[in-house]
Every structure is written in structure tokens, then in C-alpha cells.
Design a protein around this ligand. Structure first.
Ligand SMILES: NC(=O)c1ccc[n+]([C@@H]2O[C@H](COP(=O)([O-])OP(=O)(O)OC[C@H]3O[C@@H](n4cnc5c(N)ncnc54)[C@H](O)[C@@H]3O)[C@@H](O)[C@H]2O)c1
Length: 350
């Protein structure tokens, strides 16, 4: 994303939570297309400044995600930076979420908060005790619940387009697919791809998942091997920063598409991937299924079928950026950013 050192955020609110004492940052990167949306991450960081930087980086990525997905929303993010080793008791968690709600309320609906790493739909209900501006509520409260399913559906749409470009056919039947991260999205993808005839290999830092993965019929590789395993497709479905100069040097896969946010450590890594002959589609395009579905249902009022159909637009977007990259001799990252910036620029000029 932007790497020139300039401040691109519209608003950044950093506060020591008055109930929890936690360092909380709400970053609103852009409202050019509409109200900013973005999840609340509760994680441990070496310092509050690291949490604040993460919030700004993630908020910017949300702006690109919404713009590339054709959503009329901007990008924001909340990060609760807990000191390393913090034990989040139920009481502290509640205090943190009420502090977050108080900060979100100050944006008066121009920033809506959802779940992210460390939070879930139940936490959005706790935030609702303070402000109505949270989304992705539990199903029993009229929300859409865990967004893993629509996110996985969006990744599959991206995979169809990616496979057409790289293998000449959208089918992954008989292809070897490595899924790095066997969590909410990764496990759904494993099941869907396996049903479609792919040979699925999974990995996770949580070794307890190995037995479940193997009994579901998948092969298992240790996490440090996952990115070196020869395969047709690599699906990063765990944490960010997995694609860097060291890992790219040992990749043995022609196509990389997955949901993990912020997969590359810098934009230059996209060039390294292209030089190595690997097609990588940026995560801000491929991971948008959850946000497309949830916002169209909970805020836009669409029913399940209509909201699910909107997720499929990711296939067309991936086709478009891969065609443009091939025709122009550029990278899919470059073309995805051009697409998002065109939408942002057009909206600003109207
Ligand atoms: N769930 C969504 O709707 C959604 C939407 C957009 C993006 N994402 C992103 O997709 C990724 C996966 O999301 P999720 O909801 O499945 O998360 P999750 O927490 O359910 O699963 C992540 C899994 O990755 C594992 N993991 C962590 N570090 C790892 C490593 N270094 N190597 C291998 N495995 C590792 C964890 O043990 C966990 O099982 C995350 O980066 C998330 O931010 C998720």
C-alpha cells in the first residue's frame, strides 16, 4: 500500500480506555466512498505505537478492499494493543469492548466496527451496549454470524478466475492445493476444494488440528514446510506477512490466492513473485467475501441469496486484474490498486 511516508488517514483516535486502561486506536483511513468499516483487533503488541501503526495499515487495506469490491464504504480499523502476556479475563474483555464502543460512538455512524482477529460476533453485541454502530452480529440477534463461510466463498470465486488464467481451466480437480492455516476460512476451503476433487494439504501452527485434518482426508505439513511444498496452488489462510523475499525465494507454486490479510511484507514482494513466475492476487481483492456479504445483509437489507450473489463479483474482479496485468506487463497488485484508486478517485470527483 502507500509507502511514501505521508499521512493518509482521515482520522485517528488513540485513547487509554477509561475502564480498561488498554491502549486503543481507531483509525479511519477514508470515507470517500461512504462510511468507514473495519474490524476490531484485540492482540498483544510490544508497544501501543505498534498497535496504532497496525490500525492505520489495516484501515488503509480496508479502503482498498471496499473500493476493489465495489462497496460504497470506506476503510477503518480498531486495534486494542494489549501488553505482551496480558490475560484477557471476561471482565477486562467487557471493559475493553465498552471502551471501544465509546470511541466508535464518537464517529456518529461514519465508522462501523466489526469482528477481526481476537473478536467475534458476540463481542459486537457487547459493543452494541454502548453504540449501535457495530456489525456482524450473532445470528440469534438477527445478524449474519461468523463471516468465514462468505469469505471462503469469495476465495473460491477468486480461485476460479486464477485457475483459468494459470491452468486454462477453472477446475481444481486433480490439482494439489496447500492451505496454510486450518481455521475458520481454511477449514471451509479445504472441505469445498476436496469435494471439488483437489488434493488438499493443510498446515497450522496449532498441532491439535492435525488429527481433525487427517481424519477429514487431508495431508498435513508442518507450518515451516507449507510455503516450500511443491503444489499447484498455495492458499495463505493464517496470518499476514507470509510472503517476503525469503519465502518467495523458496516457493514452488504457480498460483497464490488466499484470505489472509496483508500477505506481502512490502509492495516490492509482488514484483518478486511476478519475476518468479508466480501469479499472486492481492488479499484485499480475494478476502472481501465476508465484508461484501455481511454489509449487504445487515446494513443493505438484502436476503441471503442476493448478498451471496454479490460475493461472486470477486471472480470478475480477479479476471479483470489478471487480464490487465498480462496485457500491460504489470503485476496483479498494481492493477488491483489502479482499480481501487480509480473508484476512489471517481467518487471523489463526483
Ligand atoms: N474470517 C473472515 O471472514 C476473514 C475475512 C477476511 C480476511 N480474513 C483473514 O483470513 C485469515 C484466516 O481467517 P480465519 O477467520 O480463518 O482465522 P482463524 O483464526 O479462524 O484461523 C487462522 C488459523 O491460522 C493458524 N495459524 C496462525 N499462525 C499460523 C502460521 N504461521 N502458520 C500456519 N497456521 C497459522 C491458527 O492456529 C488458526 O487455526 C486471517 O488472516 C484473517 O484476518 C478472514
Amino acid at each position: 500500500m502507500s509507502e511514501n511516508g505521508a499521512l493518509h488517514q482521515e482520522d485517528v483516535l488513540v485513547r487509554r480506555g477509561r475502564r480498561s486502561g488498554a491502549a486503543i486506536t481507531v483509525a479511519v483511513h477514508s470515507r470517500v466512498l461512504g462510511p468507514a468499516v473495519g474490524g476490531c483487533r484485540i492482540w498483544t503488541y510490544p508497544s501501543w505505537q505498534d498497535g496504532a501503526s497496525d490500525a492505520m495499515r489495516l484501515a488503509e487495506a480496508m479502503t482498498y478492499k471496499c473500493a476493489a469490491a465495489g462497496l460504497e464504504y470506506g476503510g477503518g480499523k480498531t486495534v486494542v494493543a494489549l501488553p505482551m502476556g496480558t490475560v484477557l479475563t471476561p471482565r477486562l474483555r467487557r471493559d475493553v469492548l465498552h471502551d471501544v464502543g465509546e470511541m466508535v460512538a464518537t464517529f456518529e455512524g461514519s465508522y462501523l466496527v466489526g469482528p477481526d482477529v481476537g473478536t467475534g460476533p458476540e463481542d459486537m453485541m457487547t459493543i452494541r451496549e454502548v453504540t449501535p454502530h457495530s456489525f456482524c452480529l450473532p445470528q440469534e440477534h438477527g445478524g449474519t454470524g461468523n463471516s468465514g463461510t462468505p469469505t471462503a466463498r469469495g476465495v473460491q470465486a477468486a480461485l476460479r478466475a486464477g485457475a483459468r488464467h494459470v491452468f486454462g481451466s477453472e477446475s481444481l480437480s486433480g490439482r494439489r492445493v496447500v492451505i496454510a492455516g486450518y481455521g475458520s476460512v481454511g477449514s471451509r476451503l479445504a472441505a469445498d476444494l476436496s469435494r471439488a476433487g483437489a488434493t488438499v494439504v493443510v498446515s497450522d501452527v496449532d498441532g491439535r488440528k492435525q488429527a481433525a485434518a487427517e481424519s477429514a482426508g487431508y495431508s498435513w505439513v508442518e507450518p515451516e514446510q507449507a510455503l516450500r511444498t511443491a503444489a499447484d496452488v498455495l492458499v495463505p489462510a493464517a496470518v499476514g506477512g507470509v510472503l517476503n523475499p525469503e519465502t518467495v525465494a523458496t516457493l514452488d507454486v504457480p498460483l497464490v490466492i488466499g484470505p489472509a490479510n496483508n500477505q506481502v511484507t512490502s509492495n516490492a514482494v509482488a514484483d518478486l513473485l511476478a519475476d518468479a513466475g508466480t501469479v499472486w492476487v492481492p488479499d484485499f481483492v480475494t478476502s472481501a467475501g465476508g465484508v461484501i456479504y455481511v454489509l449487504n445483509r445487515e446494513v443493505g437489507g438484502l436476503d441471503h441469496d442476493d448478498a451471496a450473489a454479490r460475493v461472486e463479483v470477486i471472480e470478475e474482479t480477479v479476471d479483470q486484474v489478471l487480464d490487465a496485468a498480462r496485457a500491460g506487463g504489470t503485476t496483479p497488485l498494481h492493477e488491483s490498486m489502479v482499480l481501487a484508486e480509480r473508484r476512489l478517485g471517481t467518487a471523489g470527483a463526483e
